[in-house]
Design a protein around this ligand. Sequence first.
Ligand SMILES: [Zn+2]
Length: 189
Amino acid sequence: MSYVPPVLVVDDDLSLAPALTLSIETVGLPVEHCTTAEVAIELVKSRQYGCVVLDLILEPGTSGIYVVNAVRGLAPQNRPPVVMMTGANIENVRGIDRDIVKAILFKPLDLELFAQYVLATYRRSLDLRSAAGAALLPPPVRTFCGGCGSEIPAWTGSDENLFDGWLDAPCTNCGITPRDGGGRSEWSG
Ligand SMILES: [Zn+2]
């Protein structure tokens, strides 16, 4: 029997977290939940996870970025991919590590598609770590402006798509940036 690493959901929104965990269980993955960055950091240091789903803004004064930094401190073969979620406005975020953070997803989330995205990210991470089997690409994310609803480029952690630049890029339709206006994410395919 090989160990099946769970997904770790880090979210202090107790009205949303049960739905997130249930949607991940529904696609067949084991899942754990915690509400604080402190607990999440202890967990990622002590256990192996297939994927970490992280709210960007946790309790006042703590940030999901601390968890990302803890993941970066792990040995490369032990680093789970991070899928970051955020509500609306993003403040004081600099230098997201795109090697670790695979996507930024805006709430509200379509839970069924969210779970498919987590599943694909999870499988891909395990495939890459074991260097066995075909790597499964996550479905492409589409992101829509929080101001006017027009489609804007999604942030997906690629080299050409630096997070800070993306965050401050105004919508070509209404001029609102993701940092100020947030947005909405969904998946195609
Ligand atoms: Zn817009």
